[in-house]
Design a protein around this ligand. Sequence first.
Ligand code: UDP
Length: 237
Amino acid sequence: MSPIFKRVVLKISGESLAGQKGVGVDTETMNNISKKIKVLYELGVQVAIVVGGGNFWRGRDSRDMDRTTSDYIGMLGTVMNALAFQDSLELAGVDTRVQSAIDMKQVAEPYIRRKAVRHLEKGRVVIFAAGSGSPYFSTDTAAALRAAEIEAEVILLGKKGVDGIYSSDPKIDASAKKFDELSYIDILNLGLGIMDSTATSLCMDNKIPLIVFGIDEPENIVDVVIGKQIGTHVKEV
Ligand code: UDP
């Protein structure tokens, strides 16, 4: 098994850590993902993880609350996921560091790009918590930002309940067509909701390739990194 990437950003949505429960963290589901990340770790792939927080809170969903406050709650949710994920990865025997975009020095290192890169070079998995640290953004945007900053070769976007990008929601529309390849401008022009437009534009402007795949089969995490043609590959142009 030989990897085709040296440094990747793996985006794990909060939802994918929740398992069948749909909310909170399901330890077994998380541990299964951790075991696959360990395979990458042992292959020598530098793995940075951006965790979402949708299993706890989504800023935009709380109607009456001040949006900024709501988004900060969402970011704190990602920190809970990051700590749980760190614990799970360490249990699997993977050396990790959590870096938070919101200072929380008792629980995580602050986000420092050069330090994150150093951790990766030393073979540690770095988990980025608290998204970008700013409200009105998503953790997909944070994944794009961190990927650009640490010069990752690709963003691996693991999705729950879907195995790639479709022309419409396959759960609603039986005629939805799956794309094997796509460009960022297609995503924007077709209004495909796979990522928000801020994240899509950031990836497009910085020419960061993206692979969207299903995470319900955690083995897919390994498969995308060893170059199996699964999911949807999004190219710069
Ligand atoms: N969030 C934010 N800024 C960021 C990243 C996240 O304000 O840079 C907040 C936002 O409220 C978001 C929540 O954190 O709804 C959880 O993140 P997200 O919805 O991206 O998680 P996912 O859907 O990937 O689990």
